[in-house]
Design a protein around this ligand. Structure first.
Ligand code: B12
Length: 143
C-alpha cells in the first residue's frame, strides 16, 4: 500500500494547474494522492484529514494569499490529534517579490509548517524529503 498525500490549497486560491503539477510530482515519487482541488474551505480540509488519515499534507498556493491563510490553515490542522506529528508542507508563489517570499516562508515555518517552499528549485529538496517520508510510512505500516 502506498503512503497517502493529502493535497490542498487555501480557501481563496482558485488556481489549479499548480495542483495538477504537484499531484503528478507526488505520484511519480510513489504516493497515493488525494487532491481536494482549488478553493478548499478550512472545514472541508480538516474533515478530509480526519477521514483519510494522510501520511502528510501538502498545501500548494500561488495567488499571493498563502502567507495569510496558510497560517490559519496550519493552526486548524495542528489542532487535530491525528495531524500533530504529521509533516505539512506549503509551497508555490508566496509573493511576486523574491525577498518577501523568503520572509513569508520563514513566518510560515514558525507557524508550524515542516517546510515552506517559495522557489521552483526547491522541488529537489522536496523530492528528497518525500523519499524519507515514504520510508517512514512504510516502516510504520509494517510495525
Ligand atoms: C494561469 C494563471 C491564472 C488563471 C488560473 C487558471 C487555472 N485553472 O489554474 C486565472 C486567469 C484564472 C488566474 C486568476 C488569478 N490570478 Co493568476 N496566474 C496564472 C499564471 C499565469 C500561471 C499559473 C500556473 O498555472 N502555472 C503553472 C503551474 C504548473 O506552475 P506554478 O503554479 O508556478 O507551480 C510551480 C511552483 O509554484 C511550484 N509549486 C507550486 N505548489 C507547490 C507546492 C510545493 C510543496 C512545492 C515544493 C512547490 C510548489 O511547483 C510548480 C512547478 O514548478 C500565474 C503567473 C505565472 N507565470 O506563474 C498567475 C498568478 C499566479 N496569478 C496571480 C493573480 C494575482 C491572480 C488573480 C488574483 C488575478 C485577479 N486579480 O483576479 C486571480 C486569482 C484567483 C484566485 N481566487 O485565486 C498572481 C499571484 C501573485 C502572487 N503570488 O503574489 C500571479 C503570480 C501573476 C502575477 N505575476 O502577478 N490566474
Amino acid at each position: 500500500m502506498k503512503p497517502i498525500a493529502l493535497l490542498t490549497t487555501i480557501p481563496s486560491d482558485s488556481h489549479n494547474w499548480n495542483l495538477f503539477f504537484i499531484q503528478l510530482f507526488l505520484q511519480e515519487n510513489g504516493f497515493e494522492v488525494i487532491n481536494l482541488g482549488p478553493s478548499v474551505p478550512y472545514d472541508l480540509l480538516t474533515e478530509a484529514c480526519i477521514s483519510h488519515q494522510p501520511d502528510m499534507l501538502i498545501v500548494s498556493t500561488i495567488n499571493g494569499h498563502g502567507y495569510i491563510e496558510g497560517k490559519e490553515l496550519i493552526k486548524r490542522v495542528k489542532e487535530l490529534d491525528s495531524m500533530q506529528e504529521k509533516p505539512v508542507f506549503i509551497g508555490g508563489k508566496l509573493s511576486t517579490d523574491v525577498n518577501m517570499s523568503y520572509l513569508y516562508a520563514v513566518e510560515l515555518e514558525s507557524a508550524g509548517y515542516t517546510r515552506a517552499y517559495c522557489n521552483d528549485q526547491d522541488l529537489q529538496d522536496f523530492g528528497q524529503r518525500l523519499q524519507h517520508i515514504k520510508e517512514q510510512a512504510m516502516v510504520a505500516r509494517q510495525a
